[in-house]
Design a protein around this ligand. Structure first.
Ligand code: UD1
Length: 442
């Protein structure tokens, strides 16, 4: 049964098998933009962020910062941030619970104020996602951290209320924990060394952003990051890197519809593992310039995929690649090692005729000659993209529900695909009859 509210949710109707053509513009990276927004709290002067994507997650982060007293002004893809007057108020749980990245404010708030309270972000659709590595890093830097009633209370011991540099080894190269510690360390006293740090491009983007405000950071992009704390950071004007996951998703849109398309701006080195896997499957990815790539289609062959921290294959591309593998000749093994519950798109792809078997965190995908359009439900952000991709290639009409996931992380994906020639539109499920057709017990 669906509720009245669910009946009002828009759905994406995709008429599959259109050929795509042309060039598509890639927006700023969601994961970079979110952490840079939190990082702007480190500075009490004006910060300007450019190339900000237009996304529900970015809007939520704006609301969280505003609740903390930060002044924000958005004009197109530019966001002006001034965190001169930040309060000790905690970010509202209703907002934090909708956005895990909101926890990233803990490092900057602690570094600036010497104490802070941030609600735990809670679980999410793709796994439990604890924050123990963030907390242990802050404790190593001299913070007292306790969790009470679902809220993390952190304060810096000692009269100067300044975090102390420390040597921190991360048990796992967590992106978020590396970012939290790196931000906190920029204003700490002395040197912080982060061992087994994450090497994702978003880490380097954050380091570049902090350096543009006067922070002293070395080694980002490698496994050891060294931060020498400074007293204060200054004003900056900084542009967010292009979104490698949006670019990867659109490359697959070309490959799955057997279409030649170009993408810009893109930093090909951020997509090395994705490009290597696409090439192994048959399509050519041509580097047309320092920030431009082109997908030249070819018949698809199976390949195995295992998700890993960067420079390994990104977990954020696993679902989209699985959609592509369902239409490839032969059998592929997909192993998800980063998140424990990130194969929920399998059941939806099966509804479209995919031949996939799952055991634990491993999926065996046997290629089928075609997928057929069906009503499907998006279960998380990247799963929603995978279903859109499958719908582009499927025979007939696919109706994707759960678009709130898509809107979290893709800046006008359907507009961009439509411009390339895809046949898709967002509609409100109006009549009772249509609603019954599209809804399912999930
Ligand atoms: C970030 C990205 C997300 C991406 C992920 C991995 C943002 C906003 N999100 O998420 O899109 O899928 O990196 O590339 O940048 N873990 C712990 N303890 C911790 C922290 C993490 O056990 O304190 C575990 C997580 O549960 C997960 C693994 O480490 O299993 C990787 O998580 P992490 O790299 O921290 O991902 P996020 O920063 O949450």
């Amino acid at each position: 049964m669906t509720t009245h509210l669910e009946e009002q949710q828009p759905v994406l109707k995709i008429q599959g098998q259109a050929t795509l053509k042309g060039e598509v513009t890639i927006s700023g990276a969601k994961n970079s933009a979110l952490v840079l927004m939190a990082g702007a709290i480190l500075c009490s002067e004006d910060c300007r962020l450019r190339n900000l994507p237009s996304l529900a997650d970015i809007h939520r982060m704006t609301q969280i910062l505003a609740a903390l007293g930060v002044k924000l002004q958005r004009n197109g893809d530019i966001l002006d941030i001034n965190a001169q007057h930040i309060g000790q108020d905690q970010a509202p749980y209703e907002l934090v619970s909708q956005l895990r990245a909101s926890f990233f404010v803990i490092g900057p708030l602690l570094a600036r104020l010497g104490m802070t309270r941030v609600p735990l972000p809670g679980g999410c659709a793709i796994g439990a996602r604890p924050v123990d590595l963030h907390v242990r890093g802050l404790q190593a830097m001299g913070a007292d951290v306790r969790i009470e009633h679902g809220v993390v209370h952190a304060c810096v011991k000692g009269s100067r209320q300044r975090l102390q540099g420390a040597k921190i080894y991360l048990d796992y190269p967590s992106v978020g924990a590396t970012e939290t510690i790196m931000m906190a360390a920029t204003l700490a006293e002395g040197e912080t060394i982060i061992e087994n740090a994450a090497q994702e491009p978003e880490i380097t983007d954050l380091a570049n952003f902090c350096r543009s405000m006067g922070a002293k950071i070395k080694g980002d992009g490698s496994k050891t990051i060294i931060v020498s704390g400074v007293e204060k950071l200054h004003s900056t004007d900084y542009s967010v890197i292009p979104d490698r996951i949006e670019a990867g998703t659109l490359l697959i849109a070309g490959a799955i519809t057997q279409s030649e398309i170009s993408l810009a701006p893109v930093f090909p080195e951020h997509l090395a593992s994705v490009i290597a896997k696409l090439r192994a499957m048959g399509p050519q990815v041509v580097i047309d310039g320092p920030d431009r790539i082109r997908l030249v289609p070819a018949p698809l062959k199976a390949t195995d995929i295992e998700t890993l921290p960067f420079p390994g294959f990104p977990t954020d591309m696993q679902a989209q690649f699985m959609a592509l593998l369902t239409l490839s000749e032969g059998s592929s093994i997909v192993t998800e090692t980063v998140f424990e519950n990130r194969l929920r798109h399998v059941a939806e792809l099966q509804r479209m005729g995919a031949d996939i078997r799952v055991k634990g965190n491993v999926a065996l995908v046997r290629g089928v000659p075609f997928l057929s359009g069906a009503p499907v439900m998006a279960t998380d952000l990247r799963a929603s993209a995978a279903l859109v991709l499958a719908g582009l290639a499927a025979k007939g009409t696919t109706v994707v529900q759960g678009l709130q996931h898509l809107d979290r992380g893709y800046d006008n994906l359907e507009g961009k695909l439509r411009k390339l020639g895809a046949n898709l539109r967002r509609v409100n499920v109006a009549s009772e009859q249509e609603s019954a057709e599209y809804s399912r017990v999930n």
